[in-house]
Design a protein around this ligand. Structure first.
Ligand code: ADE
Length: 230
């Protein structure tokens, strides 16, 4: 998979996408992540990437020219399955969407900034608008990191059997069960006896029941989906 991220703040993306599982996925050749500075595509002599809005008092808008150039240059080199725009008014991102994206070959993520981009760029180029939650970030870079991180770890071969995505929270509309490590007793609290029983079947049943109970208690919305009510 190849992910091209277009941003006015490349520094924000570099560190989070260069560690741990994502770093190893890149080293294994399972993903290529290319970060492009939008200013490098600006034809303005001051490398400006914003412009005035026609809606009075609405703040600056990302200029059309550098975005068009960046997308056209990339599109001339390969075909893209999705051109994503990160914006608080996009559709809500979730594990299902991460699963779908992990099956794509080439995607572009355009990080929103200022008061957004000209609607015509959205209409012409953007195939998917994504929000990572009902709050407003200072820019779309953190959203691009969230989308990239959650997608890359699902690419086959990225996670080992032990960290398999199949046991993740949300993968089947259930939160994960609790986990324990040593010592067996901590501040008077003991690890549940079943986990010490050595009986794999009992342990699996316990984990499943815990996942169901936690989901019912903590995320009634998700639980409804799990039991097929939604
Ligand atoms: N840009 C600003 N806020 C955002 C959000 N919640 N999701 C995606 N992009 C954003």
């Amino acid at each position: 998979m190849r992910i091209d991220i277009i941003t006015v703040l490349p520094e924000i993306l570099e560190s989070p996408l260069n560690h741990s599982i994502i770093k190893r996925a890149k080293e294994k050749g399972l993903v290529e992540i290319h970060i492009h500075n939008l200013r490098n595509f600006s034809e303005n002599k001051h490398r400006r990437v914003d412009d005035y809005s026609f809606s009075k008092g609405a703040g600056m808008v990302m200029a059309i020219q550098p975005i068009e150039k960046a997308i056209e240059v990339l599109k001339s080199e390969r075909e893209y399955d999705e051109i994503i725009f990160t914006t608080p008014d996009g559709t809500a991102f979730n594990q299902r969407e991460a699963n779908m994206l992990s099956l794509k070959e080439n995607i572009i993520i355009l990080c929103g900034h200022y008061k957004g981009i000209d609607q015509r760029i959205r209409d012409y180029y953007i195939t998917k608008e994504i929000s990572i939650g009902d709050y407003v970030l200072t820019g779309g870079e953190l959203a691009a990191v969230v989308i990239t991180d959650s997608t890359v770890r699902l690419i086959p071969g990225v996670l080992s059997d032990e960290t398999s995505a199949l046991t993740d929270s949300f993968q089947d509309c259930l939160l994960s069960p609790p986990v324990y490590t040593r010592p067996i007793e901590y501040k008077g609290m003991k690890i549940p006896d079943i986990l010490l029983s050595g009986n794999d079947k009992l342990i699996d049943d316990w984990k499943y029941n815990q996942a169901v109970e936690r989901t019912k208690k903590l995320r009634p919305d998700l639980y409804k989906k799990f039991i097929g009510e939604e």
